[in-house]
Write a protein that binds this ligand. Sequence first.
Ligand code: ADP
Ligand code: MN
Ligand code: MN
Ligand code: MN
Ligand code: MN
Length: 378
Amino acid sequence: LIDEEGKSKVVHRNLILDISFLPVEPPQDDKDKQSNDDNMESESCVSELSGSLEDGSSDDRTRAWVLEGQEQIEDIPEWDFSQQGTSAEMLLAPVCMFRDPFLLDPNKLILCEVLKQTQEPADLNHRNSCNKVMEKVKDLHPWFGMEQEYTLLGVDGHPYGWPRLGYPKPQGLYHNSVGADRAFGRDIVQSHYKACLYAGIKIGGTNAEAMPSQWEFQVGPCEGIETGDHLWMARFLLHRVCEDFGVVATLDPKPMTGDWNGAGCHINVSTLQMREEGGIEHIEKAIEKLSKRHVEHIRVYDPHGGEDNKRRLTGFRVFSSITDFSAGVANRGASVRIPLHVAQKKCGYFEDRRPAANCDPYAVTCAMACTCMLEEEE
Ligand code: ADP
Ligand code: MN
Ligand code: MN
Ligand code: MN
Ligand code: MN
């Protein structure tokens, strides 16, 4: 902006809004699959949730917008945009606001839902239905913590820091590691961590993962719909930070074939009852309900109805089987794990280890609430 003397300056009254959109349309073959699924079974609301992003690549879209004086989410007007390759305009409905860690205060990042012209949610907008379910279960005070694993790649698609020819040393020395020969990209990871903290995202921590250049951050505990919102914005910031470093973060659940770990997005779950004394009883009930809906949940735990997780959930080491449900105390090879400290204290939370790194967090938290928290219809 230009001031009266002709010098450029930043006018702090203005907000530059980076608008982050939820994805819009599933690819055509996914749409077909979805309608087939609808015919097959529609026992619970879980089965309606599959179908989402392409593989592990980011499909977040963003653009900047200058407004004057709008500082509350309610003040931000709806906006429209048209998707590349289509002429139909879609609506962007602002849903939450974070501080912008790139342009700094008073600039904001706005997460938007995408709606059709009819005001119905876009096909891939799972936030809308998730929000309705979270409203229904809000008296249970559902908390979720999600552990987002990802892999850093060069723009050429080669894992970041891996030798040009051949492979790094086998897995074993990388998990939680320190050192230039084993922890690849910590400056990127810490920039993302700081960006999340500045933005106001409930990020809980980060760690280096089992495969070199694979990392994790945790978001939570968050209550209800906030989980998807915070994880979505944290993913956006990850892609955005990586852009500045000239690298790419992939959420592909199995970026390297062979004896290299895949990437997941474990979800930790509790209700108020589970957190209170003797809550283990409620944890066990929830796990019992999950055991009866394994197939439906696998279908929701990646954006391709379970196809992505087939590559990851091999039944070896810390990966449970895609076909069989299992649960256990302190067992990281099970579908669902009760952490040791939870079993000892007899209250707390449980962990579902099945969601893939590229899962839609709205679809996953919604499925969890449907199965474990909604009163079963008699
Ligand atoms: P892991 O040992 O599986 O690697 P992490 O420390 O990476 O565990 O992640 C644990 C997650 O559990 C965090 O995201 C944290 O927010 C979440 N969490 C902790 N307590 C609760 C709770 N009561 N309900 C739901 N999630 C919780
Ligand atoms: Mn234009
Ligand atoms: Mn973890
Ligand atoms: Mn992990
Ligand atoms: Mn975990």
